[in-house]
Design a binder for this molecule. Structure first.
Ligand SMILES: Nc1ncnc2c1ncn2[C@@H]1O[C@H](COP(=O)(O)OP(=O)(O)OP(=O)(O)O)[C@@H](O)[C@H]1O
Ligand SMILES: [Mg+2]
Length: 250
């Protein structure tokens, strides 16, 4: 029997004493790319943070399975070794550690690092401290560079296009498509994606398979990403609030 790559079942997550995710469900099959829409504060970053195992997100209910096994007891580095990778929405700057040092720890060989950095126009940034003084767009490219070298099976991208200029969105999208093995038939792809976006701009450049709306810590609906985006553009998330209210009355 085929198991899904990622299965999130009724996930409840708390930060401090505030519950952020109230029973989120999501299944990602191998080779597919999912996109999550949702207003500010709806729990998008918390969802990917909980999947990655970041310590501030305390799982108080439900389960997260990767390749059929629960990963809840695993620390971040074990989840990364299994093939889960996250490009952060707002990564911290790391003083005293250059981007090159980090990439060398990830990948070992310089032969891989230089061409990858060149492909993202980041060759001149390798000897700078990670993210220190980087512009918003440079930080996003640096996140994608790190992920490219980690080469995870599940790429989670938290607002990859936010703050990136038009030319660099095209560049980032080309690299992300390559990382997702979009050139292969879907059944041959070994990579899956979970992309968070506000604007939906990135999905004009990267074909995605399933869209979801998250509101108030619940994944409300799932369907064709372009159709969902059209509805949100036309009616705002108010339409989604109606769905939430209907669901809660049931
Ligand atoms: N350390 C914290 N303490 C208290 N509340 C927090 C903390 N971190 C996050 N939250 C709250 O959790 C909720 C969900 O935050 P999250 O970052 O997941 O939202 P988001 O959907 O990613 O929003 P955005 O679109 O603005 O990135 C927000 O109301 C936020 O204020
Ligand atoms: Mg966020």
């Amino acid at each position: 029997m085929n198991t899904s790559l990622l299965e999130i079942d009724n996930l409840e997550v708390r930060i401090g004493d505030k519950t952020i995710l109230h029973g989120a469900n999501l299944t990602i099959e191998g080779g597919t790319v999912h996109v999550i829409f949702g207003p500010n504060g709806s729990g998008k970053t918390s969802l990917v943070g909980a999947i990655m195992g970041l310590p501030q997100y305390e799982v108080t209910g439900g389960d997260i399975k990767f390749k059929g096994e629960s990963i809840l007891s695993l620390p971040i580095h074990e989840r990364a070794k299994l093939g889960i990778g996250l490009a952060f929405q707002r990564p911290p700057a790391v003083k005293g550690v250059t981007l090159f040092h980090l990439l060398k720890a990830v990948k070992g060989s310089e032969d891989n690092i230089l061409p990858a950095a060149e492909s993202l126009n980041l060759k001149d940034y390798l000897h700078r401290d990670i993210n220190k003084g980087f512009s918003g767009g440079e930080i996003k490219r640096s996140e994608i560079l790190q992920l490219k070298l980690m080469d995870p099976a599940l790429l989670m991208l938290d607002e990859p296009e936010s703050g990136v200029d038009f030319e660099n969105i095209v560049l980032l999208s080309d690299i992300i498509r390559e990382m997702l093995q979009k050139e292969l038939p879907i059944t041959n792809r070994k990579k899956s994606g979970l992309i968070i976006t506000h604007t939906g701009f990135i999905i004009q450049h990267i074909q995605t398979d399933v869209g979801h709306v998250i509101l108030d810590g619940r994944i409300l609906c799932s369907g064709n990403p372009q159709e969902i985006l059209q509805i949100i553009r036309k009616h705002g998330f108010e339409k989604c609030v109606e769905c939430l209210e209907k669901r809660e009355k049931r």
